[in-house]
Design a protein around this ligand. Structure first.
Ligand code: AFP
Length: 323
């Protein structure tokens, strides 16, 4: 039985990074407790607030954000944090080594119906002399991530983590420890399962429409096999399914609002999930560029996402290839 800290030490993770991951997990355990209590703790439902993206905030979005902020900003390694629920980054220790971006409770529209949600995080180094309260400090491509992961709050709470040396899964025990349960996770190259919100079909680019039409044609179509479809509407649950049994997940560009290329956010959804997927042997793309190669311009920047099993993502990319 290997505890998270022991695993990180075995892999020569620096003491500072271990300390930071410890704080992140302390926050996630608190969030897990709040989620478990649900209606008993009066935490379900919608708050009065709207976040910077104009989305209604759930009470638990705010509670989770407050927990993460308080614990992380108390950690001397943290120079600043940027969250989905904060308009601007919040500075921490001016001498701190790391910046943390996070989506405190991804999939929160699912809370009231008791479906899996998760906390997604990405860790970057704070550039020399930069201020963790300035957007500019965070404008680093996904390739610069030091570590990334998520905690999925499902029937059990699972941490999925990469520090750039593969992907490992840790299950939260009754005693409050994250214990290594899956080592060096690898995504199967091929799949017969896809996830996309089909209700947006008419807004997609013709290339994506054509790819999904072919998926739906199954064994009679050009792809020659029957596909199944899953859509949880919590990205953490979709990525977890893909890491566990393969598949392709897409939240593509759509024309509903040209200023929002896709629904998902680059800094705390696209980049950390792409880091995990690539480390597990998969691919993650906007359909045109590798997500982790994008040079960010805004903290809350949106990005089109297509990720999962390598061969399947490559097939999707062929539909988008410009001659
Ligand atoms: P919420 O956190 O607002 O529930 O959004 C979840 C999410 O960002 C991502 O986790 C899902 O994959 C996606 O949005 C679901 O989007 P649809 O509501 O269009 O299905």
């Amino acid at each position: 039985m290997l505890l998270l800290n022991q695993h990180l030490k075995h892999n020569d993770t620096s003491d500072e990074l271990i300390e930071l991951i410890d704080s992140l997990m302390l926050s996630c355990k608190e969030i897990a407790i709040k989620l478990r209590e649900g209606a008993l703790a009066g935490v379900l439902g919608t708050s009065e607030g709207v976040n910077v993206q104009g989305e209604t905030q759930k009470k638990l979005d705010i509670i989770s954000n407050d927990i993460l902020k308080a614990v992380l900003l108390d950690n001397p390694t943290v120079a600043g944090v940027a969250s989905e629920e904060e308009d601007h980054p919040v500075p921490g220790n001016p001498d701190g080594k790391y910046l943390v971006t996070f989506d405190p409770l991804d999939g929160s529209s699912n809370i009231d119906v008791n479906v899996s949600v998760g906390t997604i995080f990405s860790i970057l180094e704070c550039p020399e002399g930069a201020n963790g309260g300035d957007d500019s400090a965070y404008m680093q491509s996904g390739r610069k991530q030091v570590a990334a992961g998520y905690v999925l709050y499902g029937p059990c709470a699972v941490l999925v983590l990469t520090t750039g040396q593969g992907v490992n899964m840790f299950t939260l025990s009754h005693g409050g420890d994250f214990i290594l349960t899956e080592e060096n996770v690898q995504i199967p190259e091929l799949t017969q399962e896809f996830g996309i919100n089909m209700s947006n079909q008419r807004f997609w680019e013709p290339e994506m429409q054509s790819y999904v039409n072919d998926l739906l044609q199954g064994e009679e179509g050009p792809l020659g096999k029957r596909y199944n479809m899953r859509w949880v509407a919590s990205m953490v649950a979709e990525v977890h399914r893909i890491l566990t049994r393969g598949g392709i997940f897409m939240y593509p560009w759509d024309k509903r609002n040209p200023s929002k290329p896709g629904k998902l956010r680059l800094m705390y959804e696209g980049n950390p999930m792409s880091f995990l997927i690539e480390q597990a042997g998969g691919l993650s793309t906007t359909c045109y560029d590798n997500i982790m190669d994008i040079q960010p311009e805004k903290i809350h920047q949106r990005v089109a996402v297509g990720l999962g099993s390598k061969a399947e993502v490559e097939t999707m990319l062929k539909y988008h290839a410009k001659d």
